[in-house]
Design a protein around this ligand. Sequence first.
Ligand SMILES: C[S@@+](CC[C@H](N)C(=O)[O-])C[C@H]1O[C@@H](n2cnc3c(N)ncnc32)[C@H](O)[C@@H]1O
Length: 245
Amino acid sequence: MTTPNGKPSSPLRAPPHILALLERLHTLSLAQEPETNQAISGLLELRKRDPAEGTRALNKLMSDKFVALDKEKCEFVYQLILSTGAKNVVEAGTSYGVSTIYLALAVGQNFPGGEGGGGEEDQGKVIATENEPEKISRAKGYWQEAGEAVTRHVELREGDLLTTLQKDLPEIDLLLLDIWTPLALPTLKLVQPHMRRGTVVVTDNTVSAGPLYEDFLQYVNDPDGPFRSLTLPYSGGLELSVFMP
Ligand SMILES: C[S@@+](CC[C@H](N)C(=O)[O-])C[C@H]1O[C@@H](n2cnc3c(N)ncnc32)[C@H](O)[C@@H]1O
């Protein structure tokens, strides 16, 4: 949809240097995609024949790739955070920190903290997770470039998220699962005890990677389970699940 001045509509409110940074990062990420996708399909075949070697090669290939969440999906999650008044967000899979910037801006706009004399506990927080040291360092650099509007709302947990998310989680309002598919269900189950009625879970590429999400999709669509789920028609599919125990 375009606005009357011909620009695409966007809910995002941020200073010009952050908007320019996001444009730059999405462009870099998109430029990597065709070659990366081609290499992935080859390695998925290899993984079927030789799971250990295929997994090793896939991890190596992806160790320096952006694979940022599409801009439209980032804007959707940003809008979702504003509309639900979310305060605490877990981002499973941070990479170079592109989606983190949207999440941090949104929780910061819901709960700026500090500004009204409130302390850290009064401010919105994104718990970001990444295990690739190079990506961690680049993400920190981009967040610094974005400035305080982002950095004051991000807590980065470095290392395997199945370990780093095991303790010190507040009540979580939104979980973004933008992670390798085998980790989606274990991560959901790890965060689930910290959810409240109405906590939202957004999971990327549940249509394009459908077969790899089989266990996850069964779990969130179980009519006797605690989630209600809907597949949104974004590119590759975006699953929107709500915790309703
Ligand atoms: C799809 S990318 C995330 C993209 C990011 N959300 C964005 O929009 O910029 C998934 C990331 O999860 C990271 N990852 C994979 N396994 C992980 C694990 N066990 N613990 C923490 N991070 C992991 C990968 O290194 C990769 O950077």
